[in-house]
Ligand binder design. Structure first.
Ligand code: FMN
Length: 188
């Protein structure tokens, strides 16, 4: 049985994890533009505080988990969808994003990301647009229990491209958010 995405009267909340901490991050600007231009009925929340997350360590997890981890889990648990917007570092996802997924994956089987429809987009200044990072983030989130949407991934090269200024290019990124929001959630 399937149920529709939340009805128009109930906003669909999308938690966005940005894989770059850089102040001038292109990926952060993509996330901010998607938030600022979100369609009606969609609330996009960029989850801040990933830099304050300690590296995942089972010794510090549990009832007294660190505040940044509690805040991250709460933001994602309260969302209907999760979107990652990330560059690629050394052929994979940046450590800050990997660490966030690790925190979201525990308790095992009941992590905040578990059961959440999940998609990845991002941009890098190479011809491949960060596709290995995007593949790895999708695989990792899937193992953590997220519902990774098969077709919803955009790995955008920024070479000779104004990602935010080119309507076709930005349109593809916006369409990915739309497809994530429109995904039909399987009823329990
Ligand atoms: C440590 C490091 C490793 C990188 N490795 C890759 C890589 O493997 N593939 C790639 O496409 N870009 C790589 N880049 C370039 C980033 O994609 C580029 O800096 C990008 O603009 C970062 O995104 P941002 O603007 O959102 O910070 C790397 C950058 C850094 C700092």
């Amino acid at each position: 049985m399937t149920t529709a995405a939340p009805s128009p009267s109930t906003p669909t909340r999308v938690a966005v994890l940005v894989g770059s901490l850089r102040a001038e991050s292109v990926n952060r600007r993509i996330a901010e533009s998607l938030r600022d231009q979100a369609p009606s009925g969609v609330e996009v929340q960029i989850v801040d505080g990933l830099a304050a997350l300690p590296f995942y360590n089972e010794d510090i997890d549990g009832d007294a988990a660190p505040a940044p981890a509690v805040e991250l889990r709460s933001a994602v648990a309260g969302a209907d969808r999760v979107l990652v917007v990330t560059p690629e570092y050394n052929g994979t996802m940046p450590a800050v994003l990997n660490n966030a997924i690790d925190w979201l994956s525990r308790p095992f089987g009941q992590g905040a990301i578990s059961g959440k429809p999940f998609a990845v987009i991002g941009a890098t200044p190479t011809p491949y647009g960060g596709k290995w990072a995007h593949e790895d983030a999708r695989r990792s989130a899937g193992i953590a229990g997220a519902v990774v949407l098969d077709q919803v991934v955009v790995s955008q090269s920024t070479i000779d491209t104004d990602v935010l200024g080119d309507p076709q290019v930005f349109g593809r990124l916006r369409d990915a958010l739309g497809a994530l929001v429109d995904h039909q959630v399987e009823a329990a």
